[in-house]
Unconditional design. Sequence first.
Length: 185
Amino acid sequence: MSVSISHSQRQSISSLDRKFNGRLPRINRLSPQILSRIFILCDQLWYADSKESKSPAPFGCQLIIPAVCHTWRKIALDMTTFWTRVRLADRAPFRLFELFLTRSGDVAPLDIDMNMTGSFWKTDDEFQMGTADEVDEALNFIVEHGGSLTRWRSVHIEVDTFHAFYRLCPFFGNVLPALKSLELA
């Protein structure tokens, strides 16, 4: 993975160091490239732990790191690779999902995780009929908001109804040239 840091980023970090008279926190004295690498590793570990423990917040690093300080926010927002792990765990309008898709840029491969079980669905009355429509809505949302099928590197989808699973099948008849991993549960 290569991370490029702009000239303006280097200048802003240098000016912060001068502003604090060399008292910049030691972690922020690391180069933006090293901090970027640390952020990616943090995200990978956080995601793996959340998947193991079934945590509802597998994108914790993506929410916490940019909130630490201005320097970390600037570095994180400039890294499209930091935003390529996207998880859909709630119903429309999928605002957080849309934010991550936007920040991931136009070409970086995506790792998509969709948990469409239990609380994802509407009421019990709408449960059976609404499931197929909700699946379509979610998949179309991804594609319409920058998650082009050519970018899908890994996909993990959990559904708990036959109707939802059945609606997924035609979608995966599309060409997914970057796909390396597909999990349907």
